[in-house]
Design a protein. Structure first.
Lengths: 77, 268
């Protein structure tokens, strides 16, 4: 899964229009980023990338780009 | 992975449940006092990779009924057992944090045939005297400063979660009905509790493990004399560095890994 696909998956997860997220968005500016979204994000990374996201690291994430880093999605769009 | 959050009609008022995953021996997650099922938000999805994972709002908490009955935490085990019937879960791995640990332990005592394993995270009921003043103040927070001060006590180190937790706690205290429910629990279960009597671990047929943050200021790490006589593969005590009373948040990765491995081992 490349960066573009992952951003689209995050759009869908947060019920945003496809192509909304670019990576620079602060998480606290996203209305849908809450505890349930955290659960969905960890599940998404586990299912699509077979990777376990550690919650204590996720707690420190400030932007969508930080989520991409946690997911290990570094391939440019 | 499908995430299902529902409020189930239930005698005495609704039960709020969050379910993920499927199959296997399900894991039941029980939160602590003044928390809710979302306390497991860093853990539940990973646990659900292997099995169904079900987190529950206990009475007086989250979106479940505010009817706490007698307010005795041990009685919540009866409520949980009835909920397992409704959810058609004859057997679960029980994981409880703090007050939820006491509920899980009570469930294991009253219905051992329904508990495949028991994981007690910074659990009440195991032994050490807990910080009753902290619990007494929690439902009746005066302002944001007090909320922040109490929330800080839950963590070993400054945490990005502290502020968010403080605002949730303050919102709870501002809800008169919830405040009454939580205060009823404090009166009935915590104020005169003192040190818990020793647990007869030998009477529990299922594997038991203990998980604790080394810097827990609310319920300190128990003295080994309070634990099963031969801690080992079947009843280990796991201590987590740089973690306070919320090791499943502050050390979420290691705690989830320990839970996952233990549950898998106990499936056999």
């Amino acid at each position: 899964m490349n960066r573009k696909d992952f951003l689209l998956a995050l759009d869908e997860m947060l019920e945003l229009s496809p192509g909304t997220l670019s990576g620079s968005e602060p998480l606290d500016a996203l209305e849908g980023w809450d505890s349930l979204a955290v659960i969905s994000f960890i599940a998404l990374v586990d299912e699509r990338l077979n990777k376990v996201v550690e919650g204590e690291k996720l707690a420190k994430a400030k932007t969508v780009a930080d989520l991409l880093d946690l997911a290990g999605v570094t391939v440019p769009a | 992975m499908r995430i299902r959050r529902e409020r189930i009609a239930f005698p005495g008022g609704p039960a709020s449940v969050l379910s993920l995953g499927q199959g296997g021996v399900p894991v039941l997650l029980l939160h602590g006092f003044a928390g809710d099922l979302l306390t497991w938000h860093f853990n539940i999805a990973t646990l659900a990779a292997d099995r169904r994972a079900v987190a529950v709002d206990l009475p007086g908490h989250g979106e479940s009924t505010l009817d706490v009955g007698s307010g005795r935490v041990a009685d919540f085990a009866f409520w949980v057992e009835r909920l397992l019937d409704v959810l058609n879960l004859p057997l679960v791995h029980a994981v409880g944090h703090s007050m939820g640990g006491y509920v899980a332990l009570s469930l294991a005592r009253r219905a051992p045939e329904r508990v495949a394993s028991l994981s007690l995270v910074a659990s009440a009921g195991v032994g050490p005297r807990f910080d009753a003043d902290f619990l007494r103040r929690l439902p009746a927070l005066a302002d944001g400063a007090e909320a922040l001060a109490l929330a800080s006590m839950l963590f070993a180190r400054p945490s990005p979660l502290t502020e968010r937790l403080a605002s949730v706690m303050l919102a709870q205290a501002g809800d008169p009905r919830r405040r009454l429910a939580l205060e009823a629990i404090v009166r009935a279960s915590f104020l005169n509790a003192g040190e818990a009597p020793p647990v007869d671990w030998a009477a529990l047929p299922m594997p038991v493990q203990f998980l604790w943050g080394r810097q827990d200021r609310i319920i300190p790490v128990p003295d080994p004399s309070r634990l099963p006589p031969s801690p080992g593969p079947s009843s280990p005590l796991h201590l987590f560095d740089n973690a306070g009373h919320l090791p499943h948040s502050e050390a979420a990765g290691p705690v989830t890994a320990v839970l996952r491995d233990f549950l898998t081992a106990c499936d056999a």
